[in-house]
Design a binder for this molecule. Structure first.
Ligand code: GH3
Ligand code: MG
Ligand code: MG
Ligand code: MG
Length: 309
């Protein structure tokens, strides 16, 4: 069991983060002293703080007291489970409320476990580790499910999820969002000339180029399907998006992947549709995608190896 845990930690490259919530400092200190070497411990002494710590720190797991002044642990659990960014964080109640009905309520609210106070350190340690293993395994599987097997960049599912998250954020902040729709030119011909394996290699190269151009961590490049890629650019207006698209076009040309069986000097090129809008309440992001798609069609009919915005 420890071997599994150690391997998971090595794979993800950082200690698990545990949020400890309790209104009694002495309880927090106890947990902190127990686990400070093994885990990264963050703390909150009331419900509101617990929720803001979750948003800011994204802990891997939460040890949550039930009886606290203000928002109690049950309510904290209810709120965290209702929010997309925190709903998958496992919650373990640490409580002196050990009636069956109270324990059941905790599970009904979505808790992963309930542990009785006063705490038995060995029991807490074992159960915390078990739940952390489950959490890290789920994270690893989830990230695998969101990556495109060929190119190693985000896949369509990841794109769909991220688009909704980023769009909500842009609405809240009244920020612009831009989309780039990218399609490899004459790729059917490329496959016909060089074969599918070389075609695959070409897609890997194109994915690398696109990714290298988008430098900000909030930009997402995904494989949309086949030889089409898509890029989400939050907080980016049309001008910024066009600049990035130009860099993608240039870098693809500079890479000069040969496509020269028909013409001595010809190389692989891409076409890009660019669209931009400001996040607006009550509007779906689909029209932004459609606009980018229409622009891509424009770029194709205008001669390819170009962008349209
Ligand atoms: P256009 O410039 O209009 O985009 O022409 P095109 O030939 O690129 O467009 P079309 O959509 O007709 O062809 C796309 C080709 O991409 C067809 C398909 O064989 C190829 N393709 C799609 N996915 C993959 C893949 O994963 N690997 C390889 N090697 N080829 C793929
Ligand atoms: Mg308490
Ligand atoms: Mg296509
Ligand atoms: Mg194409």
């Amino acid at each position: 069991m420890h071997a599994i845990f150690d391997r998971l930690i090595v794979e993800r490259g950082s200690k698990p983060k545990v949020l400890v919530v309790d209104d009694q400092a002495v309880n927090i200190r106890l947990v902190h002293d127990l686990f400070k070497d093994e885990y990264d411990i963050v703390m909150a002494t009331n419900g509101e703080q617990a929720i803001s710590q979750c948003d800011a720190q994204m802990p891997d797991i939460i040890l949550l007291d039930v009886v606290m002044p203000g928002i109690d642990g049950y309510e904290v659990c209810r709120i965290l489970k209702s929010k997309p960014n925190t709903k998958n964080i496992p919650i373990i109640f640490l409580t002196s409320k050990t009636e069956d009905a109270e324990e059941i309520l905790g599970f009904q609210l979505g808790a992963a476990d309930c542990i009785a106070k006063p705490i038995n350190q060995l029991v807490l340690s074992a159960r915390l580790k078990t739940h952390l293993i489950l959490k890290l395994q789920t994270d690893a599987l989830r990230s695998m499910a969101l990556i495109d097997g060929l190119t190693g960049i985000a896949n369509r599912r990841r794109f769909d999820e991220q688009l909704q998250i980023d769009w909500r954020q842009c609405i809240r902040q009244e920020q612009p969002m831009s989309i780039l729709m990218i399609d490899v030119d004459y790729f059917k011909q490329y496959n016909d000339l060089y074969g599918h394996l070389k075609g695959d290699e070409c897609l890997v190269q194109i994915a690398k180029i696109l990714k290298s151009v988008t430098q900000r961590p909030i930009d997402l490049v995904a494989r949309y399907g086949g030889e089409e890629f898509v890029c989400i650019l939050p907080n980016t207006d049309l001008k910024g998006a066009v600049k990035l698209a130009e860099q993608m076009l240039t870098k693809t040309r500079t890479q000069a992947i040969p496509q020269n069986k028909t013409n001595e000097n010809s190389i692989v090129t891409i076409s890009i549709g660019v669209a931009s809008t400001i996040g607006t309440h009550g509007r779906s992001v689909d029209s932004l995608l459609e606009a980018a798609d229409t622009q891509l069609y424009e770029a194709k009919t205008n001669g390819r190896d170009r962008l349209s915005a």
